[in-house]
Design a protein around this ligand. Structure first.
Ligand SMILES: [Zn+2]
Ligand SMILES: [Zn+2]
Length: 180
């Protein structure tokens, strides 16, 4: 069964937030062939790796368990409330090392693509390396050789990791780094 399309997280299989699995969904009871393995913010504890992507897309998992999948603190201050609601309640999130950050571009939260290491960053967009360096120096306040080292150390599965996004309007790529 194909997984539903998510406007702000178009390929959760590629990003690793959804995996092929024969686990039954804790929300709808069905076995859809896929299960969400990203973060779940809810009072009910047994929802980790137990919800199918359909129940995220339909909003059923949010309604039934009051669950969200992205921290509402992850967004820029000017992110429109309706978009934040769509992403937190009806979009698969992604696991970061400490706290996810979901940046905006052109006045709206961007589309999450994938966690990436430095080789993949260079492959996605040659301009991304420069903007990541700005992020390291200005936002993370790491400078000089340590900044270069942080950039070169980026890995998809080990800290530090770059989380890559694309703007829905100007189509430029942007990324945020998280580390242990
Ligand atoms: Zn389900
Ligand atoms: Zn933009």
């Amino acid at each position: 069964m194909p997984i539903p399309s998510f406007r702000y997280h178009p390929d959760p299989l590629k990003s690793g937030s959804v995996i092929v699995s024969d686990t039954g969904c804790h929300c709808c009871g069905r076995n859809t062939g896929h299960i969400y393995v990203g973060p779940v913010y809810a009072e009910t504890p047994e929802l980790e790796e137990a919800i199918c992507p359909d129940c995220i897309a339909s909003g059923l998992a949010h309604e039934k368990f009051d669950a969200t999948f992205v921290d509402s603190e992850a967004f820029d201050d000017d992110a429109p409330a309706a978009v934040v609601e769509e992403i937190t309640t009806r979009t698969p999130g992604f696991s970061a090392w400490q706290a996810e950050h979901w940046p905006s571009c052109c006045g709206e939260p961007a589309v999450f693509l994938e966690p990436a290491g430095i080789a993949r960053v260079r492959e996605i967009d040659y301009r991304l390396e420069g903007s990541l360096m700005m992020h390291i120096v200005h936002d993370l306040e790491i400078s000089g050789g340590a900044a270069r080292h942080t950039l070169e150390s980026l890995k998809r599965d080990q800290s530090p990791t770059a989380y890559v996004f694309r703007c829905r309007h100007c189509h430029s790529h942007l990324a945020r780094i998280d580390f242990l």
